[in-house]
Design a protein. Structure first.
Length: 458
């Protein structure tokens, strides 16, 4: 008997939502059915999905930032096929294969002040590595993080998560303290208290798309080093060109983090891979003797498929000038959206860099719109943003996301290969949805449904 994945999907693919309900997270199908996101996508390419009828959907979510070079890039596909065909002696655990060294060398070329890399399987593992290394080399237990931060959901990274809804019920966590993003006085107060190993920070926070104020990262770095603590830059979502720089911290001169965490887009959208880049002295202190050679390791770290995907992804980024495209198209998209703020009273602010853009809604001025806004806010904050996300998908076939629970912010993090035409398509669709909202159209009927659902879930 032969195994045929195509035949299996042909036979059972239509059961996708039932299988999820029975065997996986049963709340996911319920949520998708409620907001009308229960589509059946059968194919994807670049920045687009296609359903069973062949309809084209624009992807402005990129798998939460994973699909940096788009879906099914031929160069990444070929690299993976080549690795499989090569039949390499992978994961022997007692040799040194070339691909991990080659990918580390390539990654480090983008950040010359760092020297070594530890490979893992995800962003949260990359963060866990940085937390462990920082605590070990400093001999201190406390890690500082910023309000509203998101660094992952495993126990260590959860300890530096700024959203209480993720943390509730999972205590005790690691010793940690939150400080406001951009507040240097608060940072120094905590450093004076002592016991601080590091500050971990996203140069642009994924939740809400909040950017560190100009000069903050460099000043924070100086404070941390003054108190013999480390700066950890979480570039899991912002790295690899997302913000128009290869790493987002490079937007600010003089910032040289001690540890940098990457993942998501490094995978090429195929094989999970995380990486923690760090200074030589940190790695040499962690791996201080042959007795400690496996003191921090991962079973699948550095596997050939993941390394090939990473190498191919970086090659595509260079050959196709992906970072420049993110800066160019992101600038056009940001500019056109920002020009709408004065047109729509429900639109409060457009912010971000490159192809990481936050669209924030706020309380309108007119009495009619204000009463409707107040009704939604009383039921649950964040419902208006969801009201915009749904018609973008259902009427315009554009996939987006609300940028965090209880936030009136839509986050745009499309594949970095989106075109000017894709940006125009999004702005035109967004304009139609906002016109409908300000004219009291069907968008508000869906809002009533969301209110009922929110009340029922209390």
């Amino acid at each position: 008997m032969t195994f045929d994945i195509g035949e299996l999907l042909a036979q059972r693919g239509g059961e996708r939502y039932e299988l999820q309900t029975r065997h996986l997270n049963h709340q996911l199908p319920r949520m998708l059915h409620t907001i009308g996101f229960d589509k059946t996508y059968v194919r994807a390419e670049g920045a687009h999905f296609f359903d069973e009828e062949g309809n084209d959907y624009l992807d402005m979510l990129a798998g939460f930032g994973v699909m940096g070079v788009g879906r099914h890039h031929p160069v990444v596909r070929k690299a993976l096929h080549d690795v499989l065909d090569a039949g390499l002696a992978d994961l022997t655990r007692f040799d040194c294969q070339p691909l991990p060294g080659l990918l580390a060398e390539r990654l480090l070329s983008y950040t010359p002040h760092l020297d070594r890399v530890f490979f893992s399987n995800s962003g949260t593992e990359a963060v866990e590595t940085a937390l462990k290394f920082a605590r070990y080399v400093t001999g201190r237990p406390r890690v500082l993080y910023c309000d509203h931060a998101f660094h992952g959901l495993t126990t260590g990274s959860l300890s530096v998560n700024g959203e209480s809804s993720f943390r509730d019920g999972f205590a005790p966590l690691l010793p940690d303290t939150a400080v406001p993003l951009g507040d240097l006085d608060a940072l120094e107060r905590e450093l004076r208290r002592g016991g601080v190993a590091a500050l971990i920070v996203e140069p642009i926070q994924g939740k809400g798309v909040l950017e560190a104020p100009p000069g903050y990262l460099r000043a924070a770095q100086e404070l941390l080093h003054k108190y013999k603590a480390l700066l950890i830059a979480d570039e899991v979502q912002t790295g690899l060109g997302r913000t128009g720089d290869f790493f987002a911290y490079q937007h600010e001169d003089g910032v040289e983090p001690d540890l940098v965490c990457v993942a998501k887009a490094l995978s090429g959208g195929y094989v999970p891979v995380g990486a923690t880049l760090g200074k030589d002295w940190i790695f040499k202190k962690v791996y201080s003797s042959m007795d400690r050679v496996l003191v921090h390791s991962a079973s699948f770290a550095g596997n050939a498929m993941a390394m090939a995907a990473g190498l191919a992804t970086l090659s595509v980024m260079e050959d196709e000038e992906i970072v420049a495209n993110a800066l160019h198209v992101g600038g056009l998209l940001h500019g056109r959206l920002a020009a709408l703020v004065d047109k729509y009273e429900l639109l409060h602010e457009v912010r971000g860099r490159g192809l990481m853009i936050g669209i924030e809604f706020g309380r309108p001025r007119s009495l009619k719109l204000r009463s409707r806004w107040t009704m939604l806010q009383a039921a649950r904050k964040g419902l208006f943003a969801q009201m915009v996300v749904v018609p973008l998908l259902q009427r315009h076939r554009i996939l987006t996301q609300v940028s965090g629970d209880h936030l009136e912010v839509i986050k745009l993090i499309p594949p970095l290969v989106v075109t000017e035409a894709d940006a125009d398509r999004f702005v035109d669709a967004f304009t139609q949805v906002m016109d409908d909202a300000h004219e009291g159209g069907l968008i508000w009927d869906f809002g009533k449904t969301l209110v009922k659902q929110a009340v029922a879930n209390r």
